[in-house]
Design a protein around this ligand. Structure first.
Ligand code: PNS
Length: 188
């Protein structure tokens, strides 16, 4: 610890050195696949921060505050100790520095995920000197993506065994508010 005292609020809260990972994502909404990843990240790090961030290439269904609340409820419901949820106000690497994270942890369901994640991992290392750790999720959950869940929900399909309980009704309600948006245009 430097003579000037703790570096961040996080270090003040945890004066003993702990390993901290950030699990970032849009979480629009949090899925059972995300929870599997968070659980695996927690098995490797003392603390995990689930970081709800903005992906400027996507149009969100849920607003950021709701995404945070749903993730908090899901983490609590899953009984995951040592995991907290926070909103990322700007750049992910700045957030990682603020919480004192040693690594970003992201899940891979297959090659397409790797292709999407590699440039982000390289960019985050370039601008923030933080490493990204890739974790292979449960193959039984590999078909679950928030974008597909939103699409299934938009057309009235069942989403019960794809999402934590608290998120299911929130997604249905958001879809009712927005409608199917089936105008032929696409968002991811
Ligand atoms: O779940 P997603 O949409 O694949 O997560 C991507 C996300 C939100 C983690 C990424 O877009 C992000 O880090 N956004 C925060 C702003 C930022 O730092 N952008 C540069 C990323 S290289």
């Amino acid at each position: 610890m430097p003579a000037s005292g703790p570096r961040t609020r996080w270090h003040r809260a945890y004066p003993e050195r702990v390993s901290i990972a950030v699990c970032p994502g849009s979480f629009d909404p949090i899925t059972l696949g995300h929870l599997d990843l968070i659980r695996r990240a927690r098995s490797m790090f003392d603390e995990v921060v689930v970081a709800v961030a903005r992906n400027s290439t996507k149009t969100a269904l849920l607003d950021p505050g709701e995404r945070v609340e749903l993730a908090q409820a899901a983490v609590a419901e899953a009984g995951l100790a040592g995991v907290r949820v926070a909103q990322v106000p700007g750049l992910l690497v700045d957030f990682c520095r603020e919480v004192g994270a040693q690594a970003i942890v992201k899940g891979l369901r297959g090659g397409a995920d790797f292709d999407a994640e590699l440039p982000m991992a390289l960019m985050n290392r370039h601008v923030g000197t933080i490493e990204t750790v890739f974790v292979i999720g449960d193959p039984a959950l590999a078909h679950i993506a928030s974008s597909l869940v939103r699409d299934v929900a938009r057309f009235g399909g069942p989403i019960d065994d794809l999402l934590p309980a608290g998120a299911q009704e929130a997604v249905r309600a958001a879809v009712r508010r927005q409608g199917t948006g089936n105008d032929g245009g696409g968002t991811r």
